[in-house]
Design a protein around this ligand. Structure first.
Ligand code: NAP
Length: 332
């Protein structure tokens, strides 16, 4: 009999609200507590989701002995301080994407997790979508030969509001960290860490990026062409090109239900794999299973991959002149 894993939520905003219903699909996972910077918001969230305990500060949930793992759902620059303190308090972590605001911040969190021998995973839910699992299986089986190139786009058109976390630099604003992380992570999943990063794009008046095109290169000629934007909408499609064909990942590729396999010389094969719940159940199940098994990393979303993705995002941000920073007061 596997032990029950008790979850706490840090930062009860939009994504935390959306994810809660998916716990019902994860046997062995029980959400028990929430922490907000406001006692009222914590109490309201706990009441809406039937949680036993509501903490009016992030520090309080770190001291809650009856929480095994924290789901960190604050804006990106606050992840770093919360994650370090949580690890020092002995908590395992599922940290929303982007994992941190900076590459150095990500390295520090990963080093601390390794020192403490505690589980940490980036909440890159794409990797756990059943259709993406099917894609990886087909690629591993050689269905399209050797993967040589990846294309992916993820853009939305959002009205500029300098106070909104999508645009405010102090809240990690910009397309790269919010949506670009998906296209970069998808390419990294299939091709590994690139040798070169070339970037074009533009900034909002806040200094956060409005749009970015990123070309990743490998010394052996492989490549990825990636687009992200908060200025214009895109379909959210991905394509994986191999020496023996290609795979279309139908929109939106970061939580797809359908892929279409085009093997050279064969009819296209449509593969549909619906997600469970809203699509967050799969990452919750992974963390729960890893903790039950005593693992400190996920094999599907390992920390080395998170660091590789964060390094690409950091280089792309540097090229565009964006100055992302961790919030030293992220713990509140
Ligand atoms: N996986 C996905 O599909 C997905 C989707 C959307 C977002 N995300 C990620 O989840 C994270 C949160 O995004 P969100 O859209 O849920 O953001 P949000 O609605 O703004 O909520 C973030 C929460 O963080 C807390 N917080 C802590 N420090 C804060 C600060 N300095 N300023 C503002 N809020 C602060 C706030 O809760 P309290 O003040 O009550 O503590 C707030 O409600 C981001 O890293 C984002 O990339 C993931």
């Amino acid at each position: 009999m596997n032990r029950e894993i008790r979850w706490g939520v840090v930062g009860p905003g939009r994504i935390a609200e959306n994810l809660m219903a998916d716990f019902a699909h994860v046997p062995g996972a029980r959400p028990v507590a929430v922490a907000s910077r406001s006692a009222d918001r914590a109490a309201a969230f706990a009441a809406r989701h039937g949680l036993e305990r509501a903490h009016g500060s992030y520090r309080d949930i770190l001291a809650d002995p009856d929480v095994d793992v924290l789901y960190v759902a604050t804006p990106h620059p606050q992840h770093h301080a919360i994650a370090l303190a949580a690890l020092d308090a002995g908590k395992a972590l599922l940290v929303e994407k982007a994992f941190t605001a900076t590459t150095a911040g990500a390295v520090e969190v990963v080093e601390r997790a390794r020192e403490r021998r505690l589980f940490v995973m980036e909440a890159m839910w794409t990797r756990f979508q059943p259709a993406v699992v099917a894609l990886r299986e087909r690629v591993a089986d050689g269905a399209i030969g050797e993967v040589r190139s990846v294309q992916a786009d993820l853009g939305v058109s959002r009205t500029y509001d300098p106070a909104d976390r999508l645009f405010a630099l102090g809240l990690g604003g910009g397309a790269l960290l919010d949506l670009g992380v998906y296209v970069v992570s998808f390419a990294q999943m299939l091709l590994g860490a690139p040798d070169t990063v070339t970037t074009a794009g533009s900034l909002f008046p806040t200094g956060a990026d409005a749009e970015a095109a990123v070309l990743l290169g490998w010394a052996d000629g492989r490549s990825a062409t990636l687009t992200t934007s908060l200025r214009y909408p895109t379909p959210g499609q991905a394509r994986v090109f191999g020496t023996g064909g290609w795979i279309d990942v139908l929109p939106r590729f970061h939580h797809p239900e359908t892929i279409v396999l085009h093997r050279t010389g064969a009819d296209p094969e449509t593969i549909t794999r619906p997600q469970t719940g809203t699509g967050y159940a799969h990452e919750l199940a992974e963390v729960t299973a890893c903790l039950q098994a005593g693992r400190t990393e996920s094999a599907v979303m390992p920390l080395a991959d998170t660091l590789a993705v964060q390094a690409v995002l950091g280089q792309a941000a540097d090229r565009l002149g964006i100055r992302h920073a961790e919030d030293p007061d992220g713990l509140g």
